[in-house]
Each structure stands twice: as structure tokens, then as C-alpha cells.
Design a protein around this ligand. Structure first.
Ligand code: NAP
Length: 260
């Protein structure tokens, strides 16, 4: 028996990277999974790949859903589709993300708006939509993806503000929804090797392998994070075992913030 048997999970930004690993993990724990991503073709391709690769014994279905989390109409249509096609909704993971790093004097208004809209407004819009279902059934789990950059990171004023905003959103939604069987938590990953961090290496003019080595060296555990490390923490917060944990941000960074 899996921790998510009979449940349905929606993972935004699920076509790749950390979101894909979260989807895989929840599927392995018994959930049916909707991978929501900006490009519908990518979302569907990821769902087909995940369904084909799933472990024997997991019984859930995987679907891909194209939607822009920063647009209210897209979000409500996507949630409606998930409930219709997968027969319900119990877990929502706000993971979709984008970077537009720049020092303050070079940061355009568009760079600010895009990053804040995708991370922070997107998390708000998805939470507002899924709570209808969660409150009515007196059961739900919302897990938001913040970052250690929330505590400040040079060149990431937009991203840092959005990621710390997500922590405030998490605490407030936990207060509002706790009485309805709904918990709201966040994870704050440190460095995790994905397309996003590879793009950062390229932007800084660094070799990807060297960038990964430097980031691994900066942790206490002396390794870089894998998407599965973040997925394991999300899976706990999405489970019944975490029903007494709410409003928290769990830092998953190999100890980076202890010494950084
Ligand atoms: P990733 O590989 O770039 O994946 C992010 C996914 O989100 C992409 O598939 C992207 O689609 C999708 N997305 C972007 N804008 C969207 C929108 N408006 N609506 C729906 N989907 C959208 O990134 P990742 O490294 O897995 O990061 C996942 C999350 O973890 C992000 O929230 C990130 O900030 C957070 N995080 C990552 C790290 C790390 O070290 N990797 C550390 C801390 C926190 P497109 O490809 O089409 O843009």
C-alpha cells in the first residue's frame, strides 16, 4: 500500500526537473498525477514518459496539462480538467518557476513582473482554485516550492522576493485552511542540478560541471542536491503522516544555509 493510494496530485512545472521528480515520487506512492506545464506538448510528452517508466505495482494514471500558472483562466480550466479526468484532487504542488536574474540597476520591469507572476501569483492562483475542492472534501495538501534564495541572493531581487513571498503565503494559507483539513507547507531547496541551474552556469560563463562542483562543495554534506531529494521532502509534506505539520518551510539544502 502506498501513502498516496487513491489520491490525485497536481504538480505545476511538472514536465521536467524538480517537478517531474515530484510527480514520479507521488506516482510511486500510489497517486494519479497531473503534470501541468507551460507548453502542452512538453507536458503531455512528460506524462507519457512517466507513465511508461512507472514502477510495477503503482496503479495511478498520469496526464499532462498545458497551462500558464500566472493566468487565472488557465489555472481554473486546468484544475477543472484534472478533477474531471482523474476523478478528484487532494494534493497541489506549486513548483513552476522561471529565472530572470540581474543586478537591480539592470533589472527590467518585465523581468520583475514575470518572475513574481509565475512564482508568487501562480502559487496564489493555484491555491485559490484547489481550495474549493479541498475545503469541500475536508482534505487537502498544498506544498509550495520556495528556495534558499528567499533569504537573499545577489542578482535575484525578483526571485528572492517571490520566494520569500511564497513563505508568507504558505503561513497565511495554513492559518486560513487548517480548520478544513488542509495543510499548507513549503520546501526551500538549495542547489539542485536541473536545466534551471545549468542555465545559471551558462549565464555566469561557468562550465556546468565546475558550477555543480562548487555548489556541492558549499554544502555540509559535500554533494549537490538531486530532484529526488526535493521530491522526498514534498512527498512527506503531501502525506497523511504530515497532518500535524502546517505553515512550515522545510529547508532541503544539504546544510548550505548553516554555513552560507
Ligand atoms: P526547471 O527545470 O526550469 O523547471 C521549471 C518548469 O516550470 C519548466 O518546465 C517551465 O516550463 C515551467 N514553467 C515556467 N513558467 C511556467 C508557467 N508560467 N506556467 C507553468 N509552468 C511554467 O526548474 P527546476 O530547477 O526544476 O525548478 C523547479 C522549482 O524549484 C522552481 O520553482 C525553482 O525556483 C525551485 N528551485 C530550484 C532550485 C534548483 O537549484 N534547481 C533551487 C531552489 C528552488 P518552460 O521550460 O516552458 O519555461
Amino acid at each position: 500500500m502506498g501513502r498516496q493510494d487513491g489520491r490525485v496530485a497536481l504538480v505545476t512545472g511538472g514536465a521536467r526537473g524538480i517537478g517531474y521528480a515530484i510527480g514520479e515520487r507521488l506516482l510511486a506512492e500510489g497517486a494519479s498525477v497531473a503534470l501541468l506545464d507551460l507548453d502542452p506538448v512538453e507536458a503531455e510528452a512528460a506524462a507519457t514518459r512517466m507513465q511508461a517508466a512507472r514502477a510495477d505495482g503503482s496503479s495511478g494514471t498520469v496526464i499532462g496539462v498545458g497551462a500558464d500558472v500566472s493566468r487565472a483562466g488557465d489555472v481554473s480550466a486546468a484544475v477543472e480538467r484534472v478533477v474531471d479526468e482523474l476523478g478528484g484532487l487532494h494534493v497541489a504542488v506549486n513548483n513552476a518557476g522561471v529565472l530572470r536574474d540581474n543586478l537591480l540597476f539592470r533589472m527590467s520591469e518585465d523581468d520583475w513582473d514575470l518572475v513574481v507572476d509565475v512564482h508568487l501569483k501562480g502559487s496564489f492562483l493555484v491555491a485559490r482554485e484547489v481550495q474549493k475542492q479541498f475545503v469541500a472534501q475536508r482534505l487537502g495538501r498544498i506544498v509550495n516550492v520556495s528556495s534558499v534564495s528567499a533569504w537573499g541572493n545577489r542578482g535575484q531581487a525578483n526571485y528572492s522576493a517571490a520566494k520569500m513571498g511564497i513563505q508568507g503565503l504558505t503561513r497565511t494559507l495554513a492559518i486560513e485552511l487548517g480548520g478544513y483539513g488542509v495543510t499548507v507547507n513549503a520546501v526551500a531547496p538549495g542547489f539542485v542540478a536541473t536545466d534551471m541551474t545549468d542555465a545559471t552556469a551558462a549565464r555566469l560563463g561557468l562550465d556546468v560541471a565546475e558550477f555543480r562542483r562548487l555548489n556541492a562543495e558549499a554544502t555540509v554534506v559535500k554533494r549537490m542536491g538531486a530532484p529526488a531529494d526535493i521530491a522526498a521532502a514534498v512527498a512527506f509534506l503531501a502525506s497523511d503522516e504530515a497532518s500535524f505539520v502546517t505553515g512550515q518551510t522545510l529547508v532541503v539544502d544539504g546544510g548550505l544555509k548553516l554555513v552560507g
